[in-house]
Design a binder for this molecule. Structure first.
Ligand code: KPC
Length: 526
């Protein structure tokens, strides 16, 4: 279907995408500019966040990109199966948590667990997800002026050629950005019905689970496990490493970690650390899941009842074709090796997004796509994926950036901590209604121990802010800017932070707390 001269509105795009998703033998959607006779500067294989942003940037610089994607929409897994449903579920988890804590108090109705379900939220998401897809297609065509072929899988031919929808496209460069898939552990019974990852959860959950075992201690494991539990599905996490201590997370402060993990346990989640699955049991040889046997940290085994098992063990890219056709180099974790300009081992071929090393996060996907585009267009731009702010959800929003207190102590003589609630030996902070701000005011007055945790790590000699750590609500935005400020060459001092204009009550109290301490020539803890 050639839509170049058509200009579908959002509803028309939505209907077309829904039709394509429902049709097992669908037709390609082509948006090619016959009037542009220039060769393509790059074919972006994969139109997810990395490919879409890379292609848009390349086009904005005057180049000619082409995106090809097997799905009938742009934007990739984020709006279809990953980030967007995760955020919907995590928002629901936070609201359900509040409704449970305040059940039948103040203006809250008595909590009715029969009205909270995983499947309802999954269905809500699936029914609405095509509207984001429609917008991505519309924006990319009408506003960003990027050519694309959708709903057709590309085959790699050589470093400058792909075949898609029966046509051959040549370009000066290829940019590989086809994402990653969840890791499936080699455990007997792992393919039984009822074993889900974040993809199959939204694609095929067909009944409300009553008891869940989450395998893994990743962000995804914590986030989905917290959501399942908040809906009323009792959930046990089985994690080999301590939760929030997996290799995919960096700069996790131990006090923050303890507040977050204790908070999950306080809400009734069972968290088994140092444990691993032995078998997934079910009805007959390959029928639905009924439980998981796990080996615990002490070497004993235990059977956990479950009708849903959720896998949260991270993701790996599928590089089979890139290795076979292009001979591309991958690392020991199966990810495409690139330099800081996103160039792979094959000249002219770039890789971006979840295919390469680093966090499986949006900032890396989009910025790596843009980095590839700018290099293709002649810049010599490097992008270091190793240092970044991070966040996750439980029933809270947890954000952090820079050094942990321990990392700071390991490298500096004079480390000052500004924390809320403050740590003072013997002080009864359990009932201190701080921190409090948007999202935690009711907790502060009714359940102060649930109102959050925050810590600022400062170098007492240079007065530089080294790290910030937060559990609560609404602080993620601030961490984007804190990341920029503290990682500037000149950094950010406690004096500068304390002189900013706070929009009171701000979710992290770092500005006001810094101002309370900044007058001191010799800084001390607060
Ligand atoms: C809300 C939203 O932006 C989710 S979809 C993002 C896809 S893309 O803009 O291509 O990164």
């Amino acid at each position: 279907m050639d839509i170049r001269e058509q200009h579908p509105d959002l509803a028309e795009w939505n209907a077309l995408i829904e039709r394509c998703l429902a049709d097992p033998d669908p037709e390609p959607i082509t948006n090619l500019d016959p009037g542009d006779e220039r060769p393509y500067d790059a074919v972006f294989v994969g139109g997810g966040a990395g490919g879409r942003f890379g292609a848009a940037y390349l086009r904005a610089m005057g180049g000619r990109p082409l995106i090809v994607d097997a799905w009938p929409f742009l934007g990739g897994s984020c709006p279809h199966q990953a980030c967007v449903p995760h955020h919907l579920f995590s928002e629901a988890a936070a609201e359900l948590d509040r409704m449970r804590w305040f059940s039948d108090e103040l203006y809250f109705p008595k909590f009715d667990p029969s009205r909270a379900g995983i499947k309802d939220l999954v269905d809500l998401f699936v029914a609405g997800r095509s509207s984001a897809h429609a917008f991505m297609n519309w924006q990319t065509k009408e506003q960003l002026d990027v050519e694309y072929v959708l709903n057709a899988r590309a085959s790699l031919v050589d470093p400058t050629t792909v075949r898609v929808a029966g046509r051959t496209f040549r370009a000066r460069n290829l940019v590989l950005g086809t994402g990653a898939r969840p890791v499936v552990p080699d455990v007997p019974g792992i393919r039984r019905p009822g074993v889900h990852d974040f993809i199959s959860l939204v694609e095929s959950l067909d009944a409300e689970p009553a008891r869940c075992v989450v395998i893994g201690g990743s962000k995804v494991a914590m986030e989905y496990g917290s959501f399942f539990h908040a809906t009323g599905c009792p959930t046990t996490m089985v994690s080999r490493s301590p939760v929030m201590r997996s290799s995919s997370l960096h700069h996790v402060d131990e006090d923050l970690r303890r507040y977050v993990v204790d908070g999950m346990r306080r809400r009734g989640m069972e968290i088994l650390e140092g444990a691993e699955p032995v078998t997934v049991e079910g009805v007959g040889a390959d029928g639905p899941v009924t439980g998981v046997t796990v080996r615990l940290a002490d070497g004993s085994t235990r059977r956990l009842e479950a009708d849903m098992v959720f896998l949260g063990l991270g993701e790996r890219p599928d590089t089979t074709e890139a290795r076979a056709v292009l001979g591309i180099e991958v690392d020991d974790r199966g990810r495409v090796v690139t330099d800081r300009r996103m160039r792979t081992s094959v000249p002219g071929v770039y890789a971006i997004g979840d295919m390469i090393a680093g966090a499986m996060e949006m900032w890396k996907a989009r910025k790596s796509g843009v980095t590839a585009a700018r290099n293709i267009m002649g810049e010599e731009l490097e992008f270091d994926v190793s240092e970044y702010p991070d966040f996750l959800h439980t029933t809270y929003e947890v954000s952090w950036v820079g050094l942990t207190e321990q990392e700071a102590r390991d490298t500096r003589d004079d480390v000052v901590v500004i924390q809320m609630p403050p740590y003072v030996e013997g002080l009864d902070t359990e009932h201190l209604p701080l921190p409090c701000a948007e999202g935690s005011m009711l907790y502060a007055f009714r359940r102060p121990e649930l109102s959050g945790f925050q810590k600022l790590v400062v170098d007492g000699t240079t007065r530089q802010v080294l790290g910030a750590h937060h559990c609560g609500y609404g602080a993620k935005d601030a961490f984007q800017y804190l990341d920029h400020l503290i990682h500037r060459p000149e950094g950010l001092t406690i004096d500068e932070l304390g002189w900013m204009n706070e929009l009171f009550l701000n979710p992290e109290h770092f500005v006001q707390l810094s101002r309370l301490r900044a007058g001191k020539g010799r800084l001390t803890h607060l």
